[in-house]
Design a protein around this ligand. Sequence first.
Ligand code: SF4
Length: 91
Amino acid sequence: MTDPEWDNICRRCGECCFEKIIDADGTIYHTRIACRYLDIVTRECKVYHKRFKTGEECIRLTPEVVREAVWLGDDCAYVQWLRATSKPHKT
Ligand code: SF4
């Protein structure tokens, strides 16, 4: 998959750009505190092409990261893509 193809999976909801709190027992709390670079109306990143250089801890999503990122919601297009394309485990 090319980088543009991977980027096009994202549906630009911006939910990953809101802070989450994960407590000691692993419960994830979604907050309405947005990254300062998220346009909360359009839900687009205002510094998309240099987002990894802003110091805001923006994480590059890859299939491996998405697989481990429990803080991504079930509605995330990458989470849904991963579920749709993953082979079921044999038991
Ligand atoms: S939560 Fe998923 S689909 Fe929504 S903007 Fe973030 S990466 Fe894209």
